[in-house]
Design a protein around this ligand. Structure first.
Ligand code: ADP
Ligand code: MG
Length: 234
């Protein structure tokens, strides 16, 4: 596959191997994986199957030991550490399992941290906040509240607002529904998928909860994607 052909993909992985510094065997070995722009992808797999590791490779938080990880036509290994942070901040929205809000900062301060690299002005920031809060059904009066004063459901929606404030081309979400009951889960998924579709954002969503599959245009099983168990364990 030539570099030219890889150009049009949101994600393209080739012969990727990742091993944690202190572990003996690789935890991830992906021969080939591609995602088209605008696709809504559900990645499922058991706990420990490498889902979070894969997401960290996509965001450049981790760098593969070998092989090529291309995200939005950018080879992650070609970026030095500061450039990787900048690339992530500008192009990728990430919602972590624990939301990673700063508890002592207000909602608005938490969201503002995400625009440090993108340099959007005050007015655009305010406009987008209002739009996102309205889409996410969040009360604007919460803006000044400390993040740790919010309910889990509210924190989750603030984490999504923060992930989307820069209008990223790629949105990565790691097991966000674990803390939600069934009704809240359905509402959350409907909203997330609608936002991704409206903004033509490629969505990579990871969960062990297979009941969420119908919300997505494509499903990927870690056991199909990750060949470490067959090839690297002897
Ligand atoms: P998942 O998100 O599917 O539960 P992870 O990607 O977190 O799986 O973990 C995949 C494997 O890598 C597991 O065996 C886990 O124990 C191991 N692992 C995860 N993080 C580290 C780390 N920082 N150092 C060493 N091993 C790790
Ligand atoms: Mg995980």
């Amino acid at each position: 596959m030539s570099a030219k052909q890889l150009e049009t993909k949101a994600i393209a992985l080739r012969n990727v191997i990742y091993r944690y510094p202190k572990s003996i065997a690789p935890v991830l070995h992906i021969d080939s994986w591609e995602v088209e722009h605008g696709e809504l992808v559900f990645i499922h797999g058991l706990s420990g199957s490498g889902k979070s590791t894969l997401l960290n490779l996509l965001t450049g938080i981790l760098v593969a030991n070998s092989g090529d990880v291309q995200v939005l036509e950018q080879s992650i290994a070609d970026l030095r550490s500061v450039k990787r942070d900048e690339f992530r901040a500008k192009n990728i929205g990430v919602v972590f399992q624990q939301f990673n809000l700063f508890p002592y900062l207000s909602v608005i301060e938490n969201i503002k941290l995400a625009v440090y690299f993108s340099g959007i002005g005050h007015d655009v920031f305010q406009e987008r906040c209002q739009e996102l809060f309205s889409c996410l059904n969040l009360d604007l009066a919460l803006m000044e509240s400390r993040a740790d004063m919010l309910s889990v459901g509210q924190q989750q929606r603030v984490a999504i607002a923060r992930a989307l404030i820069n209008r990223p081309k790629l949105l990565i979400v790691d097991e966000p529904t674990s803390a939600l009951d069934n009704e809240a889960k359905h509402g959350f998924m409907t909203m997330l998928v609608r936002l991704a579709k409206e903004s033509q954002t490629t969505l990579i969503f990871v969960s062990h909860d297979e009941t969420l599959m119908p919300f997505f245009s494509q499903q990927v099983s870690m056991s199909d994607l990750n060949s470490t168990r067959e090839k690297d364990v002897n």
